[in-house]
Ligand binder design. Sequence first.
Ligand code: NAG
Ligand code: NAG
Ligand code: NAG
Ligand code: NAG
Ligand code: NAG
Ligand code: NAG
Ligand code: NAG
Ligand code: NAG
Ligand code: CA
Length: 518
Amino acid sequence: MLLPISLAAALVLPVYALAGQSARCLALQHNLHLENTTILNVTYISAATNVTTPGVCQSTAPVTAAPLCRVQFVINTTSSSAVHAEAWLPDTWFGRFLGLGNGGLGGCIDYANLDYGTSLHFAAIGSDNGHDGTGGLPFLNHPEVINDFAFRAVHVEAIIGKQIVQTYYETAAAKSYYLGCSTGGRQGTQAALKFPEDFDGIVAGSPATDFNHLTIWQGILSHYVGAPTSATAPSPKFLSPEAWALVSAEILRQCDALDGVVDGIITEPDGCDFRPESIQCVEGTTTNCLTETQVETVKNVFTPLFGLQGELVYPRYSPGAEADPAQSNILGGAFFSITEARTLVWDSEDWGQFAILNVTEHDFSNFGLKAVDFWDSINPGGIATFDGDLSAFRNRGGKLLTYHGRRDPMISSTNSKRVYDLISHTLSLPLLDDFYRLFLIPGMGHCSGGLGPTSFGQSNGLNLVNDSSHNILLAMVDWVEGGIAPATIIGSDGANATRTHCRYPMRSVFNGTVFVCE
Ligand SMILES: *[C@@H]1O[C@H](CO)[C@@H](O)[C@H](O)[C@H]1NC(C)=O
Ligand SMILES: *[C@@H]1O[C@H](CO)[C@@H](O)[C@H](O)[C@H]1NC(C)=O
Ligand SMILES: *[C@@H]1O[C@H](CO)[C@@H](O)[C@H](O)[C@H]1NC(C)=O
Ligand SMILES: *[C@@H]1O[C@H](CO)[C@@H](O)[C@H](O)[C@H]1NC(C)=O
Ligand SMILES: *[C@@H]1O[C@H](CO)[C@@H](O)[C@H](O)[C@H]1NC(C)=O
Ligand SMILES: *[C@@H]1O[C@H](CO)[C@@H](O)[C@H](O)[C@H]1NC(C)=O
Ligand SMILES: *[C@@H]1O[C@H](CO)[C@@H](O)[C@H](O)[C@H]1NC(C)=O
Ligand SMILES: *[C@@H]1O[C@H](CO)[C@@H](O)[C@H](O)[C@H]1NC(C)=O
Ligand SMILES: [Ca+2]
């Protein structure tokens, strides 16, 4: 029923299979005359290889999809900011443009997905999001660097990237796509809100939308466990990994079977009304149980964050997500993340210090709900990305696919439902199916992995079944070019299992044999 991408390409777009491209490629060093842009290097990569990458993020990246032309360039976005980017232009091109996003507070070109995109014959472009590295220090007193991060890097990547594609292939890309997760999911959502013409189809996964509130929630969660605390003198509020394992086992005991299958996966964590009192120590016991203070910690973690006026600031942490290894980023006892050498994916401390407060040192030990109004009032670069008005994107025919793992230990998947409901309310559309679809992925952690069949082509290495019913990027191509919207997306686990993932507000229901959507 669903067209494979190769067929869709043949039907809709010409295929450019160019031979002897080396000379044409190298000529780009001098043939490109683009506004505010300097071409740094042009290399023709004729066979699978590992290439060296600039900056502090990575030192090598595999290129499996060669032959292709690699263009490295820098766009001056203002007199005090610049975006470094790369265009990977495959010899066999299906006429499609693919913009890529970033992760955390980075700062790092997404080389893995440059390779992935070109392997599916897109001309793929990735940027450094306006600064080098994974931390937030470059934001300090550089509002234009924050603007690049908040909305502009992906926009100039689209504008300049499309011109490079046009020059090289001597024809414009027929359709433009975007792929990103986490911060990349926020960037894709922001592109749809602010620059609706840039992309025809946007795949924006596990999005860090409502960014300031998300970051405040992460910081407050880390205080719930007593952060900053130390292994030698832990706060009474702290839960060791062993104590969390106890909590996880009890959560599964109470909630795993709610979906009809005892498999370690809680299909609908919002339906899990977990009571930690059941594992509170009773008189005389001190092992395999939680103290009253620790029970309080656990209750706090699994309660939505409400503000000083009682308003919802951010949804609760999903029961089950505490079992993901990445939970220690937030629940490991450090302020998110006071002890790290700026290597974490992102953290409340860097955003608070360098983008909000503009200081190099700050004591976060009293961090709390007062931050909500203050951070909202600054909202650097309009980073929040919490706006339901996607009417311009919808009216120009744009399509957006999003997905969120229900076991995400960094960003609550409940927030993606909340964003859906916000858009629905803003546009007065009960269902957004005609242009916006949210797939909730039971068992999946942050962007990938976790438990169960959670690979569906959302990133490099996760294209286990190469067709549009199993690959969300190919599904997007079918939607944009063939008018065939994905009703479901089928996840694979690399072994034998698959699971049909449902689009919100449909639910994943066990019918006695398999999970179906209803
Ligand atoms: C996936 O399909 C595309 C288009 O048919 C093809 O060119 C590509 O080589 C395939 N990739 C894999 C990993 O099989
Ligand atoms: C970009 O900015 C740098 C540093 O200010 C400058 O040297 C360079 O000439 C600028 N490039 C363009 C194309 O404007
Ligand atoms: C351009 O790339 C080639 C191949 O990777 C490399 O040998 C060369 O040093 C690079 N030149 C510059 C100016 O970075
Ligand atoms: C790239 O590097 C990896 C890791 O060192 C290695 O396993 C792989 O064989 C290399 N690939 C090529 C094409 O050289
Ligand atoms: C070039 O830079 C100027 C100012 O620095 C800016 O107004 C303009 O939008 C930029 N153009 C592009 C394509 O980024
Ligand atoms: C910090 O700088 C940003 C611009 O980079 C500004 O918007 C913000 O108001 C400043 N914060 C404070 C607390 O002054
Ligand atoms: C997959 O199927 C094979 C053959 O039926 C079986 O040996 C293997 O254990 C299965 N793997 C998983 C992870 O279920
Ligand atoms: C469950 O759904 C599957 C797939 O749609 C179907 O083949 C099967 O007959 C259903 N089982 C029951 C008991 O309804
Ligand atoms: Ca279950």
